[in-house]
Design a protein. Structure first.
Length: 354
């Protein structure tokens, strides 16, 4: 047990009486020299404790009652370990050159994870994935999400296949944020809506939510069936990050999105989130220049255990489509101006590192 500034703290695994100040000094001077590591450490802490007591003039000759503390292993954010720092963001913060033109880079990390890099060089990562920590949903991703350095990390909702913002080294984190964010040459509008529920595919995962006793439908849905979509404006291009949003949001949501140039949509062969028909209806309503399928089974990223399937059959049914051989798209407002609902399918192309 250690005593610091009059507070007795139980040293995990020990149940000893707190020594008085005099006893502590005696212990330090009387202990044999041939000491094991644990005893030495205890002695050091004891010395610190006595020093603190003396400095604060709070020492008493009586024992202090032990205060129970939680000795469970500490868990939570490991952001303090990250490799990057904010120097890049600081440079962007003071740069005056944010004219709005230039190239927008879009890197696909598989599933629904995208990194957008603006003409000014600001990097934004959306929806990094991980496996369900409870194990209930099985192995979706055989490998870990690559530990990359980005300026901003964002997540659309709390499902494991979208929320691994602790798996990347990000200067700033915008987790499920709603409203406007403006920095350097990007403006993001976070629009609150709801997750898809009654998926038309054969795997009725919504039944598992019902089995848990939760009502999956708005307005009483559990928080994990909320979803934020992000409308990202940069380089004169408006990109909509859909996440797992429902197919038919209310009218105010469509208005908040406004014009969409690049649309990401979670449609796979199993119709896990949206059906082909729902996807087509959204495309017809928004009439984006480019459609990017997401949330599908992808070799090298996801496992068949996810029950997802490739998006080939949906893409092949479209009038205008192209299969991408690389994981990066380089877009400018001018280069995409003549596209009309053109499907850009990454297939098995995904980025696996910085
Ligand atoms: Fe989800
Ligand atoms: Fe998902």
């Amino acid at each position: 047990m250690l005593c610091v500034l009059g507070i007795a703290v139980r040293n995990c695994g020990e149940a000893k009486r707190t020594p008085s100040k005099n006893e502590a000094f005696k212990t330090m001077t009387d202990e044999p020299k041939a000491d094991n590591h644990d005893t030495s450490r205890r002695k050091f802490l004891l010395l610190s404790a006595v020093g603190g007591l003396a400095a604060a003039s709070l020492a008493t000759e009586t024992d202090v009652e032990a205060q129970e503390i939680n000795c469970a292993p500490v868990s939570g954010s490991v952001a303090w370990k990250q490799k990057g720092n904010n120097e890049h963001v600081r440079a962007l913060q003071t740069s005056a050159d944010h004219s709005g033109g230039g190239e927008l880079h879009l890197d696909y990390f598989g599933h629904t994870a995208f990194r957008l890099t603006t003409p000014a060089g600001l990097s934004l990562l959306f929806d990094p994935w991980r496996n369900d920590p409870s194990g209930a949903w099985g192995l979706w991703f055989p490998a870990d999400f690559p530990r990359i350095v980005v300026d901003l990390a964002l997540s659309t909702h709390t499902h494991f296949d979208h929320d691994a913002i602790d798996k990347v080294d990000a200067t700033s984190v915008l987790d499920r944020f709603v409203g406007k964010f403006s920095f350097a040459d990007v403006e993001i509008t976070g629009v609150a809506d709801k997750h898809a529920t009654d998926q038309p595919g054969s795997y009725k995962w919504i039944e598992a939510v019902k089995e848990s006793g939760a009502d999956p439908y708005p307005p009483n849905n559990p928080g994990h069936l909320d979803n934020v979509t992000y409308l990202v404006e940069s380089a004169g291009i408006r990109t909509l990050i859909w996440g797992d949003n429902r197919a038919k949001p209310p009218e105010d949501v469509w208005k908040r999105w406004g014009r969409v140039d690049v649309l990401t949509l979670p449609v796979d062969g199993s119709e896990h989130v949206l059906s082909f028909e729902q996807g087509n209806e959204i495309v017809e309503r928004l009439k984006p220049k480019i459609v990017i399928p997401t949330h599908y089974l992808q070799k090298g990223v996801s496992s068949a255990l996810s029950t997802l399937q490739a998006a080939d059959s949906w893409v092949n049914a479209q009038k205008r489509k192209r299969n991408l051989a690389e994981s990066r798209l380089v877009l400018t407002a001018d280069s995409i101006k003549d596209y009309d609902r053109e499907f850009f399918y990454f297939g098995n192309s995904a980025r696996h590192g910085q």
